[in-house]
Write a protein that binds this ligand. Structure first.
Ligand code: SF4
Length: 98
């Protein structure tokens, strides 16, 4: 089983081909960490948004999904600043693919 998980529609990019950033979710509307515990085991999970690293609990989300899936991919804007400034995840744990 493979999964695609949109964890927020908030985004600090303004891509012309996309209008997600015009309709951001409120934090309280977004999927909760405790809900992720209910997901089945997966072969592959794609975490997307919006900008996933705008979630304050992104580390917790990743650690829960790592228990559920053999492989996790996180899509975020190349211009993303939140990854560096808000994330405490060790660089050893993340492989960035261009
Ligand atoms: S980074 Fe993604 S979600 Fe954000 S505006 Fe661009 S295409 Fe849309």
């Amino acid at each position: 089983m493979e999964g695609l998980l949109g964890i927020t529609y908030r985004c600090n990019a303004r891509c012309k081909m996309c209008n997600i950033w015009k309709f951001p979710t409120k934090k309280e509307e977004e999927v909760k960490v405790e809900d992720l515990e209910k997901l089945p085991r997966m072969r592959f999970t794609n975490i997307t948004g919006g900008e996933p690293f705008l979630r304050d609990d992104i580390e917790e989300i990743i650690y829960i999904l790592k228990k559920k899936a053999k492989r996790i991919v996180i899509r975020f804007p190349k211009i993303c600043k939140s990854f560096d400034s808000q994330t405490k995840i060790s660089p050893k744990e993340i492989k960035i693919l261009e």
